[in-house]
Design a protein around this ligand. Structure first.
Ligand code: SF4
Length: 477
């Protein structure tokens, strides 16, 4: 999946998703669940908007001194007995994980939820080396059984319904009594828990992601709701943390500020159920913890986003709010985006990481309604950055010829305001005249993409500019 993105086929992927009845039912729950809960959580916290500003400022400050904080973090991890490995590419990160697993003699590896593991295609790499990766986050476990990638960054199996999960468990779980009732989510959960418990106990290495890396203490932090991350990092002898460079923050106090907007934006909770801090391997006297502690910090193209129009994207704290509120994501779901990161954040990040030549459709899959930016806890200007990608596509001649000609045609008039006004007046009058009997067009030259799916309304009341002037006169008068 990660090695072969289907982002170049976004249009085909989206068409398939729109025709998938089960997916459409599942996506309707995204709208109902996440959005309402976020609104309620934000309303319970009067300082929510001020906290968003603070979270943005903390991330901006960190990005401006990223080298300094990464070095400090490395020093602190080393001082606590752990090891930090910097990986420039996905391949380097995969090789480092594999080398650590081999040194540990690992046959089974448990995994907490990690988008970086998805980004580097870790499971396939481990399997090819004869090591069995076991996802322990329930959603990740479900999609691993199905052989699918996540479709949402915090709810990876949001596209799957309970009946499908029951079928998957019955197909994969050996010895499962066929009379056993699995008709409710709580029963499915009990079944998954029983199976995973064995896997936790058998694992040689545990791999987790990280929501934050704290420079002042060398601590990695995960926020979860299931507690699987804790078991993943405590039970095996070796714990590997997978994170990307922008996860570092200066202090624990900074983390406390950002965490206050993270869960509220993500799931509408005041706090996630577990906030787990780990600093180095087990010390003498500790009751639990791994003997070996490794942190792999991935760049994979992120440092080339610094000091560019796309630096702000590195503020992202992976809450998923932008996709929950995006009308395009709500319609097509995450798999249509064709790579690890879907929705508006993926529409900006994916071209940065795999190239706009492969992911050029994604920044165009937006209505620019601005809802993503309005809910982003760290105020990332997502529509503006999608526009920057569209500009790059235009400059590099990656956008379709018809679109380029259309924009050039429009640009000719836009640079000549008097001619533009005259041409628009003529075009609107002509369309109004031809369409006056039906009030709409079922077919229109140069607009077949529009009329293939819906009617084009015949203009009423003159051009936009004329209406604007009329309204202004009325409001001033
Ligand atoms: S871009 Fe903003 S809203 Fe989207 S996942 Fe990242 S932090 Fe959340």
């Amino acid at each position: 999946m990660t090695l072969h993105p289907t982002s170049p086929h976004f249009k085909k992927n989206a068409a398939r998703a729109l025709g998938d009845a089960e997916l459409q039912v599942a996506l309707s729950k995204v709208k109902r669940g996440f959005i309402d809960k976020r609104v309620a959580a934000a309303a319970r916290l009067p300082e929510f908007e001020a906290l968003r500003d603070q979270a943005r400022d903390i991330k901006n400050h960190t990005l401006a001194h990223l080298d300094l904080y990464l070095e400090r973090y490395e020093e602190k991890v080393t001082a606590s007995g752990g090891h930090v490995h910097f990986a420039r590419t996905a391949a380097e990160a995969r090789d480092i994980v594999l080398a650590i697993c081999r040194e540990a003699g690992a046959r089974t590896v448990t995994k907490g939820k990690s988008m970086i593991a998805e980004e580097i295609g870790l499971n396939a790499h481990l399997e090819a080396a004869g090591i069995t990766p076991v996802e322990t986050d329930l959603g990740e476990y479900i999609i691993q059984l199905r052989g699918e990638p996540p479709s949402h960054i915090i709810a990876p199996a949001v596209h799957v319904n309970a009946t499908q999960v029951e079928q998957d468990f019955r197909r994969v779980h050996k010895g499962l009594d066929e009379k056993r009732d699995l008709s409710e989510p709580v029963k499915l959960l009990a079944e998954a828990r029983a199976v995973l418990r064995e896997r936790f106990l058998a694992a040689d290495v545990g791999i987790t992601g990280a929501n934050f890396l704290v420079a002042e203490t060398g601590t990695s932090i995960i926020v979860t709701n299931e507690g699987n991350g804790d078991l993943t990092q405590i039970l095996p002898k070796t714990h590997i943390v997978l994170a990307s460079i922008e996860k570092v923050v200066p202090t624990l106090e900074d983390v406390c500020q950002i965490i206050r907007v993270l869960a509220r934006s993500a799931t509408g909770q005041d706090m996630s159920v577990y906030t787990t801090l780990s600093t180095g391997p087990r010390r003498p006297g500790d009751l639990d913890g791994p003997e070996n502690y490794h942190v792999i910090i991935l760049d994979n193209g992120r440092s080339s986003m610094l000091n560019t129009n796309f630096q702000d994207m590195l503020r992202c704290i992976r809450c998923g709010a932008c996709m929950n509120h995006c009308p395009v994501y709500q319609a097509v779901g995450g798999h249509a985006y064709g790579w690890v990161y879907p929705g508006p954040m993926g529409a900006v990040l994916t071209p940065s990481l795999i190239g706009v030549d492969k992911a050029g459709h994604l920044p165009n899959a937006s209505t620019f309604c601005g809802r993503c930016e309005s809910v982003c806890p760290v105020r990332i200007p997502l529509p503006k950055m999608m526009r920057h990608w569209r500009e790059r596509e235009f400059e590099r001649h990656l956008s379709p010829a018809a679109m380029r000609s259309g924009l050039a045609f429009w640009g000719f008039f836009a640079r000549r305001p008097a001619l533009y006004t005259l041409a628009m007046r003529f075009a609107v009058s002509a369309l109004a005249l031809v369409g006056r009997s039906r009030g709409r067009f079922q077919r229109l030259p140069l607009a077949s993409g529009w009329t293939a799916g819906r009617d084009f309304p015949a203009p009423q009341g003159g051009t936009f500019q004329a209406q604007w002037r009329r309204e202004r006169r009325r409001s001033v008068g």
